[in-house]
Design a protein around this ligand. Structure first.
Ligand code: DX5
Ligand code: ZN
Length: 227
């Protein structure tokens, strides 16, 4: 079990994407938030920005689709070269089929849950996914406060993943910083998205390394840790 840190470019200077990506070279993934102004009350970017991040080539691209019709669009992101494609449980119509199509297109398939969405129905077929994203803020904006109320859900997903024996990463996204990463790691997360904490730092690479070492320290002390 290895901790991964995924800075979100929502908090970077998007006009300087290539040099902003150079500032996070020590990250494991780069997290790209696609928002359509319908599923969430904010509009960001789509395929061209994912393609630009893929072209940069420094880091695998982790795409978080906050869009109304992932059944229609998600595979295009896999074809664009994203390493992982996350769609929302609240928006998808055929999650198992879509996960299989994403995998067939060569990307990792991942499902996301808003803070108040029950992941229960998914836990019976968790092995259809490579990653589960537990949102720790309401999706839509960077810079929000981490919701402690999501910790039981992280634990519940971790229990289900451990019981299944499948290799499924657990990602948390929203309000992750030096303090909140501790509780999220204790609860069983192993992939941490951080936007403002990383790009708001004067030394993003050093911040990434700090966050990773904190999460590794905590995870090593948990009962589900596997070397
Ligand atoms: C929110 C996005 C997050 C966001 C995280 O809808 O999914 O990825 O950029 O930003 P911070 O780390 O600032 O909460
Ligand atoms: Zn995100």
């Amino acid at each position: 079990m290895h901790v991964k840190i995924a800075p979100s470019i929502l908090s970077c200077d998007i006009g300087l994407l290539n040099s902003e990506l150079d500032r996070i070279a020590s990250a494991d993934l780069v997290h790209v938030d696609v928002m359509d102004g319908h599923f969430v009350p904010n509009l960001t970017w789509g395929l061209p920005v994912v393609e630009a991040a893929v072209r940069h080539g420094g880091l695998p691209v982790d795409t978080h689709l906050m869009i109304e019709d992932p059944d229609r669009w998600a595979v295009d992101y896999a074809n664009a070269g994203a390493k992982s494609v996350t769609f929302h449980a609240e928006a998808v119509t055929a999650p198992i089929t879509l996960a299989r199509r994403i995998r067939a297109a060569g990307a990792k398939a991942s499902v996301a849950f808003r803070p108040s969405t029950d992941p229960g129905p998914y836990l019976d077929f968790i092995d259809e996914f490579d990653m589960v994203l537990v949102m720790t803020v309401e999706p839509g904006f960077g810079g929000q406060r981490f919701l402690d109320a999501t910790l039981p859900k992280i634990r519940r997903v971790r229990e289900a993943v451990t019981a299944s024996g499948a290799q499924v990463l657990i990602q948390v996204d929203g309000g992750i910083d030096r303090k909140t990463i501790i509780g999220a790691a204790e609860a069983g997360a192993d992939v941490f998205v951080a936007g403002s904490a990383v790009f708001g730092s004067s030394d993003p690479d050093a911040e990434i390394r700090f966050l990773r070492s904190e999460a590794e320290r905590i995870l090593r002390g948990t009962r589900f840790y596997q070397a």
